[in-house]
Design a protein around this ligand. Structure first.
Ligand SMILES: *Cc1c(COP(=O)(O)O)cnc(C)c1O
Length: 405
C-alpha cells in the first residue's frame, strides 16, 4: 500500500456505510443530501492523484511525516519480555495524530468549495488540529466547545483563538463534548451549503468513520513499512488507545490482513470498572449496549431507558460514551481485542516511559503504554510489540502535577 486509496482486501464498510450491524447514517432528513455530497466528493478526491499528492505533500512538508519508529530499548529491558517499538505520532506538528485527519478533511472541504468549517472539541486537541489546518488553508473555522471544557482547557482555547478560530461556548446538557457535537451538527444542518463539518474521530454517520480511518491510515502504512525496512519483520502485536478510535484504526488498518499480527485496543478504565466511573465501553456490557449516538450505531454507554451515561477518564481524549463502529465490528469478528487501563495505571505508565525513554506521552497514549507494561513480560525477547504514541504529554503536565501532588 502506497497511499490511502489502496485499501486492504478485507476493507469495509459496505456501500451503506455498515460495518456488519454497526455504523450507517442515523441523521435528520435535512442532512442526507449533505452526506451524499460528501460521499461523492470524497470518492472522487481519493481517486484523484492531484488530491492525494497534495495531501501527502502537506503531511511531509507541514506535519513532518514520516514520523519515526523508535525502539524503546530501556523500557523493553526493564520489563524483561518483548521488544517494544513506538510509532511516534507525538512528533507531528501540533503534537498528535489528529492533524492527519484535520488536514485531509480541510483539503476536501476546499475542493468542495466550502470555505467555512465547523468542528467540535472536548479537551481541545481536535479543535487545535482543525484550527491549524484552517489557518494553513485560509478557511473560516468555528469550534463548538462545552462551557465546562472551556473552563478546564484554557490553554487550548487560547491556542485556537491565536490560530484564528472562533470558539463557541455550549451551555446545554452536561456542557461537555457530546453537547458540543450536537451544536456542531445543528450548525451544519443550518449552513450546509457553505459549511463542512470536520469530525475528529472514526465516529458519526457514513462516510465519516471510513474517511477519518483512511486519512489516519498513513500511520499504519508508514509503521508497517518501517518495521519491514528497519527491523526486517512485522510486529507480533500492535497496541493503541481507543477514545473514538481514530489513532487505533489509523495504525490497525494496514495490518488487518496480516493474520500473525494481533491488534489490541485499550480503553479508559477510569477509577475502575466497578465504580462506573470509566469510558470502557467494551469492558462494561452492563451499561454499554448497542445504540445510536451522533449518527452512528455502535456500543453506547447508556441507562436502561437509553439516557447517555457520563463517562470518566483522566485523559479527556478517551472520555466519550461511544466508540467507532468499525471497532465494534473488529471486536465481533475477533480481529481485534479490547482491554482497558485505569487512570492509575496510565499515570504510572506516563512516568515510566518518561524516565526510561525520555518521551513524555499524552495521557491517552499512556493507556496504551500501560497495557504494554502488563503484556511485554508475558512475551519472549524475540517478539515485538508496536505501540502507537498518539500524542505528546505537554498538554497534560498540569493534570499530572496536580494528581501527583
Ligand atoms: C484525541 C486523542 C486520542 C483519542 O482519539 P482517538 O480518535 O481514539 O484516536 C488519543 N490520543 C491523543 C493524543 C489524542 O489527542
Amino acid at each position: 500500500m502506497t497511499n490511502f486509496t489502496d485499501a486492504p482486501t478485507t476493507a469495509v464498510p459496505d456501500s451503506n456505510g455498515k460495518f456488519g450491524p454497526y455504523g450507517g447514517q442515523f441523521v435528520p432528513e435535512t442532512l442526507m443530501p449533505a452526506l451524499a455530497e460528501l460521499i461523492t466528493a470524497y470518492d472522487e478526491a481519493r481517486r484523484d492523484p492531484a488530491f492525494v499528492a497534495e495531501f501527502e505533500h502537506l503531511l511531509h512538508s507541514y506535519v513532518g511525516r514520516p514520523s519515526p519508529v523508535t525502539h524503546a530499548k530501556r523500557l523493553s529491558q526493564q520489563l524483561g519480555g518483548a521488544q517494544i517499538y513506538l510509532k511516534r505520532e507525538d512528533l507531528n506538528h501540533t503534537g498528535a495524530h489528529k492533524i492527519n485527519n484535520a488536514l485531509g478533511q480541510a483539503l476536501l472541504a476546499q475542493r468542495m468549495g466550502k470555505q467555512r468549517i465547523v468542528a467540535e472539541t472536548g479537551a481541545g486537541q481536535h479543535g487545535v488540529g482543525t484550527a491549524t489546518a484552517c489557518a494553513l488553508l485560509g478557511l473560516e473555522c468555528i469550534v463548538y466547545m462545552g462551557e465546562v471544557d472551556i473552563a478546564r482547557q484554557q490553554p487550548n482555547v487560547y491556542r485556537m483563538k491565536l490560530l484564528g478560530a472562533e470558539v463557541r461556548s455550549v451551555s446545554s446538557g452536561s456542557r461537555t463534548l457530546k453537547d458540543a457535537i450536537n451544536e456542531a451538527i445543528r450548525d451544519w444542518v443550518t449552513n450546509v451549503e457553505t459549511t463542512h463539518y470536520l469530525l475528529g474521530s472514526v465516529l458519526g454517520p457514513h462516510p465519516y468513520p471510513m474517511m477519518v480511518r483512511d486519512f489516519q491510515s498513513v500511520i499504519g502504512r508508514g509503521a508497517r513499512q518501517q518495521m519491514l525496512d528497519e527491523i526486517g519483520r512485522l510486529p507480533n502485536v500492535v497496541v493503541a488507545c481507543v477514545g473514538g478510535g481514530s489513532n487505533a484504526m489509523g495504525i490497525f488498518h494496514a495490518f488487518r490482513d496480516d493474520e500473525g499480527v494481533d491488534l489490541i485496543g485499550v480503553e479508559a478504565g477510569g477509577e475502575s470498572i466497578a465504580s462506573g466511573k470509566h469510558a470502557a465501553r467494551f469492558a462494561d456490557l452492563n451499561v454499554a449496549r448497542i445504540g445510536v449516538l451522533h449518527g452512528t450505531k455502535s456500543f453506547v454507554m447508556q441507562t436502561a431507558d437509553g439516557q447517555i451515561i457520563e463517562t470518566h477518564s483522566i485523559s479527556a481524549g478517551l472520555d466519550y460514551p461511544s466508540v467507532g463502529p468499525e471497532h465494534a465490528w473488529l471486536r465481533d469478528q475477533e480481529r481485534a481485542g479490547y482491554t482497558y487501563a485505569t487512570d492509575e495505571e496510565a499515570l504510572a505508565a506516563f512516568q515510566m516511559l518518561s524516565k526510561t525513554e525520555g518521551i513524555i506521552p499524552a495521557l491517552e497514549s499512556a493507556h496504551a503504554v500501560a497495557d504494554v507494561i502488563k503484556r511485554a513480560p508475558t512475551m519472549h525477547p524475540d517478539q515485538i510489540i508496536l505501540v502507537n504514541m498518539s500524542g505528546r504529554g505537554d498538554k497534560d503536565l498540569n493534570t499530572v502535577i496536580d494528581l501527583l501532588a
